[in-house]
Every structure is written in C-alpha cells, then in structure tokens.
Write a protein that binds this ligand. Sequence first.
Ligand SMILES: Cc1ncc(COP(=O)(O)O)c(C=O)c1O
Length: 375
Amino acid sequence: MELFDVYPLYNVTPVKAEGVYVWDENDTKYLDFYGGHGVISIGHSHPDYVKSLSEQLTKIGFYSNSIVNPLQQELAHKLGKLSGCENYNLFLCNSGAEANENALKMASFETGKSRIISFKNAFHGRTSAAVAVTDNASINAPLNLRQAVTFLPLNDIELVIREIGKGDVAAVIIEGIQGVGGLDEGTTEFFQEVQKECNENNVLLILDEVQSGYGRSGKFFAFQHHHIQPDMITTAKGMGNGFPVGGVLIADKIKAKYGRLGTTFGGNHLACAAGIAVLDVMEKEKLTENVNEVYGYFLQETKTVPKIKKVKGKGLMLGVEFDFEVGDLRKKLIFDQHIFTGGSNNKNLLRILPPLNTKKEHVDIFINALKEILG
Ligand SMILES: Cc1ncc(COP(=O)(O)O)c(C=O)c1O
C-alpha cells in the first residue's frame, strides 16, 4: 500500500529533535522557526515532557471516558489557573478541527440556531462544520457546503451587526490572530463590539486559539490582548507539544448535558500527561515572558533587513512580509541555511512559529540568513 498523496513534501527527513533544533538522517541540523505548524510550544523533546510521558506510559496509557481519570481534572485546574480562565469548563478532544467542531455544535445546541458568522481568510480545520467555516472553497466538498455560513471582512462591525440582526445566527467564530490566512487580526474595538453584539442577541462568541493560544502571542490566549470574555475558546497545537490533544473551554453559563459531546480518545491518560507537562514547563520557565522579550528583539532586528516590508502578528506568531513571493526564499532558507519557516495564503509572507523557548541568538541566526540570501 502507498500513502494517500495529499501533501506536497519538502525533501527533508527529520529523525531527531531537541529544543529549537531538528536533525535529518544525514545529521544536518535545522533551526526550527516553524514548530511543525506552531505545534512545538515548550521545545522539542523537553526532558520534563519526555519523563512525564514515558512514566505515564509505564502506568496506564489509555482507558475510556466512562471511568474516572484524575489527570483530566489536574489538566483542567492547571489550564484554568495559568490561562486566567478559571470560570470555564474543559471538554477534551484530539485536534483543533475537533475542538472547533464541538464548539460550533454546542453553540447550535445552546441557541437553537444554526447560521455561523466567520471571516474572510479564516482557517478553522478540515472536519464537517470546521471546514465549512473555513474561507477556502477548494477544501470544501459539496457535503460541507450544506452548512449555513456567512463570511464577513475582519473589522467591519456594521456588517456583523446587520447579519446578527437577522436573528438566525448561532455563533461568531474568529481566530485570535489569523494563522493560515496570513497573520491579520481584529482590532480591540472590533473584538469588543462583536462580543457586545453576541451578548445582546443570544449569539455565542467562539475564539479559535488553536494556533494563537498557549502563550504564542505573548499572552496565554491572543484574545486577552483585547480584554474580552468569549463564550468558548478552542485550543490544540501547543497544548500537547506534539502529542495530539485539543480542548474547548466552555463558559460556566453553558451547562453540560450527558451525551451531548463525547470522544473515544479525547483526554486519554497520555494526552493529559503531555498537557500537564506543557503547562508545568510553561510556568516554570516563564515562557510567555520569554515570548515577549524575544518578540521585541525580533521587531528591532527585522528593521535591519531593508527588504522586509512589514512584520505582522504578535509574540512568536509572526508574519514577515516582503513585496515579492517568498516560495524561493523559503526553499533557500531550508536547503541552504537550514532554517524551517512557514507559508500562508499571503504568498508574500513568511510565517514564523518557533518554539516558545526560542532565544535572541536564534533570531540572530534567522536575520543573518535572510541578509545572506537577500544580499
Ligand atoms: C486557527 C486554526 N484552527 C484550527 C486548526 C485545525 O487544527 P487541526 O489541524 O489540529 O485539526 C488550525 C490548524 O492549522 C488552525 O490554525
């Protein structure tokens, strides 16, 4: 059997990783400024993480969600405390798409309505409702297009008010900072007005923090830059540092009912061990503080590269924009300079999502590589 060929591949085979570096089978060392799509939060193969997962595996790796698993409670307590979201309850699942799928479903259950407002260039995942609220027709099958979704431009509050006014909207879903779309984001005024419109019209506000959450923006969740309290917050990527785990933080006012949500694998013992280790390391190593420090340095140093037009995003969720397409630049960064970066819907933009323990010296390596390539 061959693999179902859906991924265009770079011809690199990582076999080992540590901190902010990965090595291929020829022992070539790469600086990881992409974190495998923003997944690596506390750094590759962090010793505390390896210990915690290995020890858990020798005890119990998995049992079902119909037994007591105290690790789930521990993860929920730690997440509530570290994120400042103690007045939410946690539903555990396996991925970002699944987190959004469950949040959208809960919004529809709760409000009795079904239309969703999403935004231009949004990416929320590839399952049924999650892909329907993703602004990319080419990854929506006819089946997905049956969902009622309205895409609006970011930061146009009048259009949001008009659509909500029609009375059939269950939820507004929005990324803290757009990832795949190219690092655009709502203004504080926009986030606050959307929240107000939602509150006044029985519409739930879902903040997709799958990519922008877990300290990446310099706050635990990116929406915290805007002083709002969403009804649901979805998370995945950095939550498990590579172990598949996702979650929906659900505001206290939304009551749980047996059977409404469920999953076989979500919140299993290994996933919880990974999630707890990530939070412990984030706290112990003050990674969010580090993100803010390195962000300041990144902004300062990118000013020394004249061909950079703009730096978008916040913290270590950044887009470096040029006035040319960056496909060739990304290839040169990987194959000549041995640095991983990412792309986005904006073809002129390098997406930078390094581990949260990246240091200034790693920024220097990236900046020098850019200077060498761009001349
Ligand atoms: C903002 C956002 N939401 C949802 C997803 C989907 O997550 P997953 O690939 O874990 O299903 C992604 C993945 O890139 C994402 O960036």
